[in-house]
Design a protein. Structure first.
Length: 388
């Protein structure tokens, strides 16, 4: 009887190995007649693998965990240069994208503790207007918000812009999330309500690794999101307030909407990045010593499913300097995807970026292709994606 009981209990548990393998090749060129041919593992979508598991505890309650690691295929590296390596030790952080344990109940909601997605960043991934990470919304919000430090040159022409504060602050943040992709993940606790009439609210708070003599929220964050999904309509609001110990730190707030109408998908979203007074340079047209400007990102997109195999996406995205509107980056992108199967997809795309004033952005996500202040750039990209 004991053996049978143990077998029955074990049957209610599951552990799954999963992943997304994506590698692209791209060629980008700028108006200064410079060009590069390169490859990365997140220009289309992020390459990663993970282990997840759950146990049914009965009564609509289950326990679960998730361990997730980014991958760089060209080097076989766990993590990437910006999100998965400890700068002080050069050691790979194996589960840099997530390492949490939680418990959920159908009627009470979902509680998680550990390294997990920031609610603002997680929400923003729903409104990609080009079908891939490059050429549009994902590329622009990562750069303007500081979530891709290696991809950002300040709109104000400064030294590193917001990305510098996310990863290389002079006072190293104590929350482990702030290594590299500082605003996409955090170490802390989160609670999400059950879905009620299509609505779900989520709140999270970081838990810094600090000494007993630290009594403030310096180098920590709070994050919130409100998501609505009903049939063809998806809408969301999300915000994250990150405190680096300089006044209010950095605050990101987004709103987005997506609507599916037959073979068409329409997307519109906006993100505001706002800096604390010590980080912000309020002098129009000037960079300041290690300071940057507030920025707004606006994105629009249309997707069209030709058939069960082919899908096209067209996106238009702008990043505007709120302090000096002469600094602006505009990118347009067109991508096509062909589904060999539900798991394997080939994609190809073309993107064009226009830098005005002191802006210095490239169109390939994490491509390292910043063209130089005031230079325009173009890129073509192709890649393969396999999910398992």
């Amino acid at each position: 009887m004991a053996t049978l009981a143990a077998t029955a209990s074990f049957a209610q548990s599951s552990v799954t190995l999963y992943g997304n393998i994506d590698q692209s090749v791209f060629r980008s060129a700028n108006s200064a007649q410079n060009w590069m041919l390169s490859s990365n593992s997140n220009g289309g979508s992020t390459s990663l693998w993970g282990i997840t598991g759950s146990e049914d505890l009965g009564g609509g309650t289950k326990a679960s965990f998730d361990l997730k690691s980014e991958l760089t295929l060209a080097t076989g590296q766990t993590g990437s240069s910006s999100t998965g390596v400890d700068a002080s030790t050069k050691n790979a952080e194996v589960f840099n994208r997530g390492a949490w344990i939680g418990i959920a109940n159908d009627g009470l909601g979902d509680f998680k503790i550990g390294r997990q997605n920031d609610a603002w960043w997680e929400t923003g991934t729903k409104f990609n207007n080009t079908g891939i990470n490059s050429f549009g919304w994902a590329n622009a919000t990562a750069a303007a918000s500081g979530t891709a430090a290696t991809h950002l040159q300040a709109l104000s022409g400064g030294t590193g812009g917001l990305g510098a504060f996310a990863g290389t602050n002079a006072n190293p943040p104590t929350n482990p999330s702030f290594r590299g992709t500082g605003m996409a993940f955090y170490a802390g606790v989160a609670y999400a309500t059950p879905v009620i009439s299509g609505f779900q609210f989520k709140v999270g708070n970081g838990v810094p690794k600090a000494g007993y003599d630290i009594h403030t929220e310096t180098n920590n964050l709070r994050t919130y999101s409100l998501n609505y999904s009903n049939g063809p309509l998806t809408a969301a609001w999300a915000t994250t307030n990150t405190n680096f110990g300089f006044e209010t730190g950095i605050k990101n707030t987004l709103i987005g909407v997506k609507y599916v109408m037959g073979p068409y998908t329409f997307t519109a979203a906006q993100n505001q990045t706002r800096l604390g007074s010590t980080l912000l340079n309020t002098a129009a047209g000037a960079a300041g010593a290690g300071k940057a400007h507030d920025a707004d990102v606006r994105a629009f997109g249309v997707g069209y499913a030709l058939n069960a195999k082919w899908n096209l996406d067209v996106g238009y995205t702008t990043t505007t300097d709120k302090t000096d509107t002469a600094n602006k980056f505009t990118q347009t992108g067109v991508t096509a995807k062909y589904a060999f199967s539900k798991r394997t997809t080939w994609y190809v795309g073309y993107g064009k970026g226009k830098n005005e004033g002191q802006s210095n952005y490239g169109v390939v996500y994490a491509g390292g292709d910043a063209p130089g202040v005031g230079n325009n750039n173009t890129a073509i990209i192709t890649g393969l994606k396999h999910a398992f």
